[in-house]
Design a protein around this ligand. Structure first.
Ligand SMILES: [Zn+2]
Length: 130
């Protein structure tokens, strides 16, 4: 009985550790995804300033992402609606909304969820290999 309890305790503890570490990885994956879009927006603005030909549609879509860091909030790339904290929970928000924006129902895309899942997987794998 004692051994079964010990096995159960160790298993639950390991699972909690993997979930927490996986969620940390997903958070960092989500952050990385957000920064990728901001970098692309800044790149488009710089390219335009330098006189290069840029995709105006893409520039218009991404330009709301360029803000002062104090006013920088995540927003939907389709409707521009500022996202609430519960729209930004890695993996959970994407799955809950079936990959669509809560406000305009536009498809968010696979990049965000894949980044979050891959980062979560890498974090869990790195802890599992310890
Ligand atoms: Zn939207």
């Amino acid at each position: 009985m004692g051994l079964i309890f010990l096995w159960f305790f160790v298993t639950i503890r390991s699972m909690i550790k993997f979930v927490l570490v996986g969620f940390l990885g997903a958070i960092l994956g989500s952050f990385a995804g957000a920064q990728i879009w901001r970098l692309r927006a800044r790149q488009l603005v710089e390219d335009k300033k330098a006189g290069e030909k840029v995709d105006q549609k893409e520039l218009k879509k991404l330009s709301p992402l360029i803000k002062k860091i104090s006013k920088d909030r995540s927003r939907c790339l389709s409707c521009g609606h500022e996202l609430k904290w519960y729209d930004l929970i890695p993996v959970v928000s994407w799955v809950a909304g079936l990959g669509r924006c809560r406000y305009c129902k536009a498809f968010i895309g696979w990049t965000e969820i894949l980044l979050e899942l891959v980062m979560a997987g890498l974090f869990v794998a790195s802890v599992a290999c310890l």
